[in-house]
Design a protein around this ligand. Structure first.
Ligand code: PEP
Ligand code: MN
Length: 263
């Protein structure tokens, strides 16, 4: 895998006024789904105040059941952009369909490719043609090699701003939602030195584990975490069981910065 273009992908990615891949870890946080403007604005202001660098919030939701909330779709993009402009913070969201890609470009700073779409090579090639950083989540049962090759699809079209995101894989273990594979994080940092973030929310599925797993990931040398948060986690429309409150998010940020002093 050493002669892949991905080896020359950007080691440090600039978004707004922060960098992903430099010594300081980045904190990306927000609800699983954007629910409405007011709750998103209120949460976003608080997250920005505690040091969150970028907001997350799904508007195109890949739900297991087609009858579950599918996200606010393009209306959700309008909300994200309005908040970005009002409080001046970068925003990221998942794009599932190439038909939404061009429209979304004016609304968001970073595009997330979700776990279910890591194998969508048409989508990967399309995001390879644009000029925005991509968070590439690991497929639910993708090997490290398949994940790296998914990144290669993106860079093969010219976009070399790729942030790998470990979000857990499906194993025989069912007590936690997924099995977070920190080996993969260590491997990509060690062999390729590429930007890698960790999603402890989908990685565990359990809010009470998110702080520990975030800190373990930061201690291991990942470049940041992407964490689902909400002002009233139990009321979150999707992924409530893994969503943390603002105080927990703040502790993660404070402790992570201390841990990073060791590097
Ligand atoms: C999400 O970030 O809300 C999400 C759906 O993540 P994943 O693609 O990792 O399941
Ligand atoms: Mn989610």
């Amino acid at each position: 895998m050493r002669d892949l273009k991905i080896s020359n992908s950007n080691k440090i990615i600039k978004v707004g006024n922060f960098e992903i891949g430099s010594k300081t870890p980045v904190f990306i946080s927000g609800p699983c789904s954007v629910e409405d403007f007011d709750t998103m604005l209120s949460l976003s202001k608080k997250l920005k105040n505690i040091g969150v660098n970028m907001l997350r919030g799904g508007v195109f939701k890949p739900r297991t059941s087609p009858y579950d909330f599918q996200g606010l779709q393009r209306e959700g993009l309008e909300i994200l952009k309005a908040i970005r402009d009002e409080i001046n913070i970068p925003v990221s969201t998942e794009i599932m369909d190439v038909r939404d890609l061009e429209f979304a470009l004016d609304y968001i700073d970073v595009i997330q490719i979700g776990s279910r779409n890591m194998y969508n090579y048409t989508l990967l090639k399309e995001v390879g043609k644009i000029n925005k950083p991509i968070i590439l989540k690991r497929g639910i049962s993708a090997t490290i090699k398949e994940w790296i090759y998914a990144g290669e699809y993106i860079i093969s079209e010219g976009n070399n701003n790729i942030i790998f995101c470990e979000r857990g894989i499906r194993t025989f273990e069912t007590t936690t939602r997924n099995t977070l594979d920190l080996n993969a994080v260590a491997y990509i940092k060690e062999k390729f030195n590429l930007p890698v973030i960790v999603d402890p929310s989908h990685g565990t599925g359990l809010s009470e584990l998110v702080e520990r797993v975030s800190l373990g990931s930061i201690a291991l040398g990942c470049d940041g975490v992407i964490v689902e948060s909400h002002e009233n986690p139990e009321k979150a429309i999707s992924d409530a069981r893994q969503t943390i409150d603002i105080n927990t998010m703040e502790r993660i940020i404070v402790k992570s910065k201390l841990l990073r002093e060791l590097y």
